[in-house]
Write a protein of this length. Structure first.
Length: 241
C-alpha cells in the first residue's frame, strides 16, 4: 500500500460501526415509541438501555479493525495526541458521517417509515448545549484516560456504561458525537434532531472534546510507552440519543 494512502479496512470498519450505532440509536427509539406510547420516561429507558448494550458490542467488535471511534471528536483527539496520522482524520470522519446517515435511513426503512424524514425536534437550547459540552468532555476523558494508562481493553464496557448513564444525567440525552448528530437529522422520530439545531450541537461537542482531552492529558502526564488508541485498539463512539 502507498504510505500516504489510508487502508480501506479501517474505513469500512468505521462506516459499518457508525451505521450500526445509528441504527441502534434510531431504531430503538422508534421501537420505544411504539411499545410505550405516551410514556416518555420509559421510552428513554428503552432507548438508553439498547444504546449502551449495542455500543459496547460494537466497540469490542471493531477495536482491532479501526479502533472503533465512530465519532469525529475521538478521531481528532487521537490525532492530536499523535496516535493517528492527520491524513487519516478526513477519511475517518467522512466514513463515520456517511455510516451514521446510512444507519439512520436503515432504521427508518426497517420500521416502515419514510427512508428520509427530516427531524422537526428542536434541541439547541442553552441547557442542552451545556449538556453536550459535559457529555462529550466526559466521553473523551473516559476514553483517553483508559488509553493513556494502558487499559484500552476496558473501552467497550466503560464507554457503553457511560453513554447509558449520560442519557439520564445530561439534559440533551448525550449525543456527544457530531457524526451521529448529523445522522439523526434524517429521522423525524424519538431520537431525531432538527437540522437547525445541528451546528450548535456540533460546536458544543467540539468544545467538550477539547476540554475532555485537556483533562485527560493533565491527569495522566506519565503515559505508558506505546499505549495509544491504535496500539490498544481503543475507541468509542458514539452516540447518543
Amino acid at each position: 500500500m502507498h504510505p500516504d494512502r489510508v487502508s480501506s479496512r479501517p474505513l469500512v470498519g468505521e462506516f459499518l460501526g457508525s451505521a450500526l450505532l445509528a441504527a441502534i440509536v434510531v431504531g430503538s427509539g422508534i421501537m420505544a415509541q411504539r411499545l410505550s406510547p405516551g410514556d416518555a420516561g420509559l421510552q428513554l429507558l428503552q432507548n438508553a438501555f439498547a444504546t449502551a448494550l449495542g455500543l459496547g458490542v460494537l466497540i469490542a467488535l471493531f477495536q482491532p479493525i479501526s479502533g472503533a471511534h465512530f465519532n469525529p471528536v475521538v478521531t481528532i483527539a487521537d490525532a492530536a495526541l499523535g496516535a493517528r496520522r492527520w491524513r487519516e482524520v478526513g477519511p475517518y470522519v467522512l466514513a463515520q458521517i456517511l455510516g451514521c446517515v446510512a444507519g439512520a435511513i436503515l432504521a427508518n426503512v426497517m420500521f416502515a417509515a419514510p427512508a428520509v424524514s427530516w427531524s422537526t425536534t428542536a434541541r439547541a437550547t442553552p441547557p442542552n448545549l451545556i449538556a453536550e459540552v459535559v457529555a462529550t468532555a466526559g466521553l473523551v476523558l473516559a476514553i483517553f484516560v483508559l488509553v493513556r494508562t494502558g487499559r484500552g481493553s476496558m473501552a467497550a464496557p466503560v464507554v457503553g456504561a457511560y453513554i447509558g448513564a449520560a442519557y439520564y444525567f445530561t439534559a440533551s440525552t448525550s449525543f456527544a458525537n457530531p457524526a451521529i448528530t448529523i445522522g439523526r437529522m434524517f429521522s423525524d422520530t424519538f431520537a431525531g434532531i432538527a437540522p437547525a439545531s445541528t451546528p450548535s450541537f456540533i460546536l458544543a461537542q467540539l468544545v467538550g472534546g477539547t476540554v475532555g482531552l485537556a483533562l485527560a492529558v493533565w491527569l495522566t502526564p506519565q503515559q505508558r510507552p506505546a499505549v495509544t488508541t491504535r496500539h490498544a485498539d481503543l475507541a468509542q463512539a458514539s452516540p447518543d440519543r
